[in-house]
Design a protein around this ligand. Structure first.
Ligand SMILES: Nc1nc2c(ncn2[C@@H]2O[C@H](COP(=O)(O)OP(=O)(O)OP(=O)(O)O)[C@@H](O)[C@H]2O)c(=O)[nH]1
Ligand SMILES: [Mg+2]
Ligand SMILES: [Zn+2]
Length: 315
């Protein structure tokens, strides 16, 4: 019998059997536990699985169906392992805000590196519009221009006064969407606005740090209607890229990649000091935004210094 994983808490999985409109608490069959991969978890929210019922509440997961796509992050516990966040996603929604907590430059670009290899469509949402003054609205418009030019949709909403919520609802109907973002940006609040029955716990942002305190602790898929699902995920503290090499980044900045073939060193060009680099020409001419390029350079620097440190440790 086929089921959809709605939630995983350690060794237990909540699996929905759509035909029965019923969930089963499920465990993994022994052979599935022995995974030889770098993943900390063999199954994620959004996975389709084959289950065998034990009774009307419990079942055993016998097999995992092939994934359409998935999102992984470096495991917070072991930096050499990857944590599977979710699978089979139609839309990744990145929630951010320009106020409470303050905006972290580069965060959007880092997030896009996790969706780009799998070609997952991304919707970037700026929440807490009710708190924005002229300055923030101007910044919002600039960022919207930058990201829409390269094909990501950008919206402004407020969970507080409902601004933009109806419009964003249209983007998610009929899809499986993943909601992601730093702690405290309002992921759970958005879910509550979209699906009042979800009744997600939200929390005050601690005053002194302005940082969220991680109210949501594991990913969970919430059913909006028979063909609309939303996955709430725990807040991201930092997106680290121990698993990546420089070239993974180079090839996943989509507007740069387009120009790579024209660089003298083609797809090996990192678009830094190489001669005849078409990406750098495009920045000069304004076809590529300097903002994106700066964030790109920062990520490359970080990966190179990390790799350097790793190599040193081995000898
Ligand atoms: N002013 C304002 N506050 C908001 C808005 N949306 C959410 N908040 C507040 O921001 C705080 C954090 O919201 P949550 O929904 O818990 O944030 P989260 O992203 O789920 O946080 P984690 O679960 O820790 O990752 C709460 O106090 C919310 O009431 C908004 O549009 N405007
Ligand atoms: Mg939350
Ligand atoms: Zn180049």
């Amino acid at each position: 019998m086929k089921g959809l994983v709605l939630k995983s808490t350690g060794s237990w999985y909540e699996v929905l059997v759509k035909e029965e409109n019923k969930t089963y608490s499920s465990r993994l069959a022994g052979k599935l536990k022995l995974n030889k991969s770098d993943l900390t978890n063999p199954i994620a929210v959004g996975d389709y699985v084959q289950i065998e019922k034990e009774d009307d509440r419990y079942a055993i997961i016998k097999a995992i169906e092939k994934r359409k796509n998935y999102i992984v992050r470096q495991s917070p516990k072991n930096k050499h392992q990857l944590h599977l966040i979710a699978a089979n996603i139609d839309l990744a929604i990145l929630i951010t805000t320009l106020k409470e907590p303050g905006f972290k430059q580069g965060f959007i670009d880092r997030f896009l590196i996790t969706t780009e290899p799998q070609d997952i469509p991304v919707l970037i949402i700026f929440n807490k519009a009710d708190l924005y003054g002229q300055e923030e609205l101007k910044t919002f418009r600039q960022l919207k221009t930058i990201y829409e030019k390269i094909g990501y949709k950008v919206m402004l909403i407020s969970c507080e006064n409902g601004e933009g919520i109806e419009e964003m609802k249209k983007e998610i109907l009929g899809k499986v969407s993943l909601i992601s973002g730093q702690s405290g940006v309002g992921k759970s609040s958005l879910l509550n606005s979209l699906i009042p029955e979800a009744n997600k716990k939200t929390s005050e942002i601690s005053n002194y740090s302005g940082k969220g305190i991680h109210t949501t602790t594991f990913a969970e898929m919430i059913i909006m209607n028979t063909n609309t699902f939303i996955i709430d995920t725990p807040g991201i503290k930092t997106l680290s890229f121990n698993n990546l090499q420089v070239m993974d980044v180079v090839h996943n900045f989509r507007e740069f990649f387009k120009y790579s073939d024209l660089c003298r060193f083609g797809r090996n060009c990192t678009h830094r000091d190489e001669p005849n680099c078409e990406v750098k020409n495009a920045i000069e001419s304004g076809d590529i935004y300097l903002y994106r390029y700066q964030n790109y350079l920062n990520i490359l620097d970080e990966i190179e210094s990390q790799n350097h440190w790793e190599r040193k440790k081995e000898y």
